[in-house]
Design a protein around this ligand. Structure first.
Ligand SMILES: NC(=O)c1ccc[n+]([C@@H]2O[C@H](COP(=O)([O-])OP(=O)(O)OC[C@H]3O[C@@H](n4cnc5c(N)ncnc54)[C@H](OP(=O)(O)O)[C@@H]3O)[C@@H](O)[C@H]2O)c1
Length: 256
């Protein structure tokens, strides 16, 4: 092995490798942007179910003048084959994963006549819960190759039983979505208890202006992205495993 190859491998081993799902647009894109703004010494895997969209997002991030090492990667979180090939690619190129950010998510409203009830519930639960559980579980061996492995799940205030039961969350027409985020919160806690060598966190990005809500959210997605970026890069032990949001330039706990 020549010196330059060895040096390349050593520098990859030193810099953190962080994969964000659904990073081609919306909050996922902003999470990658926020990470790169905090440090240029990162390998940021921009995952999308479309490799073209991932590559396009990488070009946009580079166009912002950000200097991190952005790499496009194809990952449809609902496809077992896609998950396995993404893992194979990360293993071959980096041999580890420092942080997995499970951001990809969907919502959906059930038709008035309930004709799509089961289908809509299943799609939302499959993407927002089952796929996060499977992606996280299958990436665990690569996460364990990192010094300080972390998983950050992008949840929602809609998943907080406390905020719902105290009336702080107004009623919603998107019940399946809220149920999925409450389940994602419990998944975060259960996986944390079952895998004490990996840090599991949930974040609430707040109501952000993305395609998800027809760009009606008041919050800049880059602001919404800060909680995930902070938890990905904070010194070990700075934040206990929990449910977090970025408010007024600082991290605040969200009640479960
Ligand atoms: N926006 C808000 O106000 C808000 C508030 C609280 C929580 N959140 C959460 O934040 C996360 C991101 O939401 P967003 O507002 O950025 O939504 P968005 O603009 O609709 O983006 C969703 C992202 O998820 C990806 N995705 C969907 N299904 C996927 C799959 N099967 N495999 C891989 N990627 C998939 C989409 O990819 P394509 O481009 O291929 O469709 C897209 O990149 C979600 O988990 C959402 O629940 C959002």
């Amino acid at each position: 092995m020549v010196y330059s190859e060895l040096h390349g491998i050593i520098s990859i081993m030193a810099s953190k490798v962080i994969l964000t799902t659904g990073a081609n647009r919306g909050i996922g894109f902003s999470i990658v942007q926020a990470l790169a703004q905090r440090s240029s010494d990162l390998t940021l895997l921009v995952a999308s179910r479309s490799k073209d969209n991932a590559s396009e997002a990488v070009s946009q991030l580079q166009g912002l003048g950000l200097k991190a090492d952005f790499q496009p990667i194809e990952l449809d979180v609902t496809s077992d084959d896609s998950i396995k090939s993404a893992i194979k690619e990360v293993k071959a190129k980096y041999g580890k994963l420092d942080v997995l950010i499970n951001n990809a998510g969907i919502a959906g409203k059930i038709a008035e006549d309930n004709s799509d009830f089961r289908d809509t519930y299943q799609k939302i639960m499959n993407t927002n819960v089952t796929s996060v559980a499977l992606v996280s579980t299958l990436f665990l061996p690569l996460l364990r190759e990192a010094k300080d492995p972390r998983v950050v799940n992008v949840s929602s205030a809609r998943g907080s039983l406390t905020l719902v039961t105290t009336g702080k969350n107004p009623p919603t027409a998107f019940t399946a979505y809220s149920v999925s985020k409450a389940a994602l919160n419990l998944l975060t806690v259960e996986m944390s208890h079952a895998n004490t060598d990996v840090e599991f966190q949930a974040v609430n990005p707040g109501w952000c202006k993305t395609g998800f809500n027809g760009f009606r959210g008041p919050r800049d997605p880059l602001e919404g992205a800060q909680s995930a970026a902070e938890l990905a890069l904070a010194p070990k032990g700075q934040y206990k495993a929990g449910f977090w949001a970025w408010e007024n330039e600082t991290m605040e706990e969200v009640p479960w």
